[in-house]
Write a protein that binds this ligand. Structure first.
Ligand SMILES: [Ca+2]
Ligand SMILES: [Ca+2]
Ligand SMILES: [Ca+2]
Length: 614
């Protein structure tokens, strides 16, 4: 029913009775449906149309407030109360003016059963990041959608390539075999349908293949599929024991969003396309108690790259819109968690309210926020769990551990000091909850590991040994498990080999991988199986047994990790009591030889650029 409604809205464009040129016309209703007995009641509708001046809303069987209109008569806001126990079904509303009446489609939906949904994620999970356009083309019929023809071209890094939700769903067995337990999908909102001639690189127009330029927060990008396809993906992923984390953007919209030329309220955005502040990226001022509010404004309200319209979450209508939209996606798709974009650039009071609204309805759903900064002081400021100088606890559980990421890139990529990685963890005291940080070797906003100066496959495998045995919630960027290369955006977003029928190289199957790809893939799989089998690798505190310049031995519970980031083999002697096990276990990764016990000590020899797990 919901799907039919969405199709009706998207294909026909105009609903309602066009009795005359001045009769009200309804083009879009956000949200198109809601739930009875929901923590948000009434729900706030944003109705887009024409000739809405003077309109009143009638809500048979439901109750609704008086209508608030924008000056252009193109947007109407109204509260709709859904009485307790209202049965699921269609409840069309009527928007009347003295020129005529337009029907406003609206549904009350049955909530998805909670079992197996809305699960949240934790250190028991390993997340796998997929850029839907670049993973697998599971449905070639959506490569050239009718509404957005001509922006697909696999030879160009900033055009659509044809990957989609069906492709992700078809590759679930691959992901299950690898051993990940959650998928983070880059945004799947409906994005700009045309070439973007405003955001231009090397004189080339771009597209929003990455998903971060929404034109409709209630639509699924047609290159990726539709809401029904998303629900199939979530259902199949859950059946395979894999959670789904959706990427959301509350900071900005596409420069081509209809709101830019016709805002629902005068303060919908911070400024206008003609008159706004460019973002100055001075995120340090946000945590600086000495910086006055005006100094923070250009970072909070400024438009990214002087181009992306910055939503004004201080406008109560905008705040309600975004909060409802988030709850809508969780409710319609049954997802488990959220990755939220550009966390520092949005007022913290809004985040607190947003997090509260999520937890009121879905107590187990959690969020990882993006604070892309190498300074742990900066990242720690934004982790929820305590009020800061502004009196606000933004309540977000997880953030990406970029400080640790940069330290590991320097060590395992460039071959610099391994001790620096241990020293970064010594800054964990800054965080309310370091175990909830999402750790990573790469993601879509930084060059691939293999493009670091000095990077080798052995260094990458060692980086994985650390990532998957250290504290935090590990994230694997698609393709890193086979050592894919790629420089900065968009080169770091190459297609996964084998995701397209025409691909000669298919790394989705063992037989199609090169020897080096297979070595890395098997290494990651082995680590993931170990992590699944040994709860201490997910939950036990880390304890350092030995930290040298390029050798690091640490314990989690009964498991001991020995890493050697040097160019020569290293032998470490540890008191047998520290090593722990009565019978010396072999290296679970098959990299090191058996430990040798003598005179109350255990000696372990670690090959160059390698790590072992005992
Ligand atoms: Ca496709
Ligand atoms: Ca689109
Ligand atoms: Ca902002």
């Amino acid at each position: 029913m919901l799907r039919a409604l969405l199709i009706a809205l998207s294909c026909c464009g105009v609903l309602g009775s066009a009795l005359s040129a001045q009769a009200p016309v309804v083009e879009k209703v956000d949200p198109p449906n809601w739930w009875a007995d929901h923590s948000i009641n009434p729900v706030r509708l944003l109705i887009r149309g024409r000739n809405l001046a003077g309109a009143r809303l009638e809500c048979p069987q439901l109750a609704c407030s008086t209508v608030t209109l924008n000056a252009a008569g193109t947007y109407a806001f109204a509260d709709v109360v859904i009485p307790r126990g209202t049965a699921a079904g269609s409840y069309p509303l009527a928007l009347r003016t003295n020129r005529g009446t337009a029907s406003v489609p609206f549904e009350v939906s049955s909530p998805l059963p909670g079992a197996g949904r809305f699960q949240g994620f934790s250190a028991d999970d390993v997340i796998y990041l997929i850029m839907p356009d670049r993973f697998a083309n599971g449905d070639t019929t959506n490569d050239e959608p009718a509404v957005s023809r001509g922006i697909v071209d696999r030879s160009k890094g900033r055009r659509y390539h044809g990957g989609d939700l069906a492709g992700v769903r078809q590759k679930l067995p691959y992901l299950e075999d690898l051993g990940i337990t959650a998928i983070w999908l880059n945004p799947i909102y409906d994005n700009t349908n045309t070439l973007d001639t405003k955001e231009v690189y090397d004189n080339q127009a771009t597209t929003a293949y990455h998903g971060y330029h929404a034109t409709d927060f209630y639509g699924v990008e047609e290159h990726f599929g539709d809401l029904a396809e998303l629900r199939r993906l979530v259902a199949d992923a859950h059946a395979a024991g894999i959670k789904i984390i959706l990427d959301m953007v509350a900071n900005h919209t596409s420069a081509y969003h209809p709101w830019v030329t016709d805002p629902p309220t005068p303060t919908w955005y911070n400024g206008t396309a003609e008159q706004h502040v460019a973002n100055t990226w001075q995120t340090w001022t946000l945590r600086d108690a000495y910086s006055p509010a005006p100094m923070r404004q250009a970072t909070l309200d400024g438009w990214f790259i002087d181009l992306l319209p910055d939503l004004n979450q201080n406008d109560p209508e905008v705040a309600r819109y975004i909060i409802q939209n988030t709850l809508w996606w969780i409710g319609v798709a049954g997802i488990d968690g959220i990755r939220q974009d550009t966390w520092p650039y949005v007022p913290r009071a809004f985040w607190r309210d947003w997090m509260n609204a999520i937890h009121r309805e879905y107590p187990t759903v959690n969020v990882v926020g993006e604070v892309l900064d190498g300074d742990p002081v900066q990242v720690a400021f934004f982790q929820g769990g305590r009020a800061q100088f502004d009196g606000i606890d933004d309540e977000v559980e997880s953030l990406f551990d970029f400080p640790l990421f940069y330290a590991t890139r320097r060590a395992f990529g460039e071959g610099q000091s391994l001790r620096e990685v241990a020293m970064m963890l010594a800054r964990d005291l800054l965080y309310p909850n370091p175990d909830a940080l999402v750790t990573l070797n790469g993601l879509h906003d930084v060059g691939r590991f293999m493009n670091e100066r000095g990077a080798t496959p052995a260094g990458l495998r060692l980086a994985f040994t650390f990532l998957l045995t250290a504290r935090g919630i590990p994230l694997i960027y698609y393709g890193d498990e086979i050592g894919m290369a790629g420089g900065n955006d968009p080169d770091n977003r190459r297609d996964f080999p084998g995701g397209w029928k025409a691909d000669a190289h298919n790394a989705f199957v063992a037989a199609g991988r090169t020897t080096e790809e297979q070595a890395t893939w098997s290494h990651v799989q082995r680590l993931l199986r170990l992590r699944a089998a040994r709860p201490e690798l997910r939950r036990a505190p880390m304890e350092n047994l030995r930290v040298d310049e390029q050798v690091w031995v640490y314990r989690r519970g009964n498991t001991v990790m020995a890493l050697n980031n040097g160019a020569q083999p290293a032998t470490v002697r540890l008191p047998a009591a520290e090593f722990g096990a009565a019978a010396l276990p072999p290296d679970a990764l098959g990299v090191c030889g058996a430990p040798v016990a003598a005179g109350g000590y255990v000696a372990v020899t670690i090959p160059a650029r390698s790590g072992c797990v005992f």
